[in-house]
Design a protein around this ligand. Structure first.
Ligand SMILES: [Fe+2]
Length: 195
């Protein structure tokens, strides 16, 4: 059995991610490395800050865990109360990784298949899955649109890493035309523990 000091925790993850952004040559290699590291991080629960497990009443909580000082990646915890979900959204052109820390999350994926105009895109549905504790997934444009929602009326916590500080993204609403979606700019911030 590993002692506490041998367990992989957030400071180890940040050190390894920093090395990865300094050495990996392309986003596909980097996102795979990040997914592997998130998989390690979510094996151990002891590092998680206790003040960041509280859900929000109105929508999923979005807690910052780390922002790289050179803005090459950030780490977030999203906390889901039963029934909470995201809209269909992208990640502002960057890569992303998610890992389920506890609970279960339903993921519905879309691929950006065509840009029709500045604010209209075609998205192609690429599958729905419900994933449980210790599962990981990755997003790499153009396969970078999804809906996340708490599954089974349970609360959940997920860990997310993005290729920059994500303070805005696009959300998509279906138009009449099959597969066409109108894109809206959406700004996001962090949940503070006062909520
Ligand atoms: Fe997302």
């Amino acid at each position: 059995m590993k002692s506490i000091k041998d367990q992989y925790e957030l400071t180890d993850f940040v050190k390894d991610m920093t090395a990865a952004v300094e050495t990996e040559q392309d986003d596909a290699a980097l996102v795979s490395k990040a997914e592997h590291l998130v998989g390690k991080l979510i094996q151990n629960k002891s590092w998680f800050p206790s003040e960041k497990i509280a859900p929000n009443r109105d929508h999923y909580a979005r807690y910052s865990l780390y922002v790289d000082p050179l803005d090459r990646f950030e780490v977030l915890a999203l906390v889901w109360a039963p029934g909470q979900s995201t809209p269909l959204h992208d990640h502002d052109g960057t890569w992303g990784v998610e890992g389920v820390f506890n609970g279960r999350i339903k993921v519905t994926n879309y691929l950006q298949s065509e840009k029709i105009s500045e604010d209209v895109v075609k998205l192609r549905y690429s599958g729905t899955m419900t994933v449980g504790e210790h599962s990981t997934g990755q997003l790499l444009p153009p396969a970078d649109c999804h809906i996340l929602e708490a599954a089974d009326d349970q609360s959940a916590i997920t860990i997310h890493v993005y290729g920059k500080q994500l303070n805005k993204f696009k959300i998509f609403q279906p138009l009449n035309d099959k597969g066409a979606f109108k894109a809206y700019d959406h700004e996001v911030g962090y949940t503070t523990k006062l909520h």
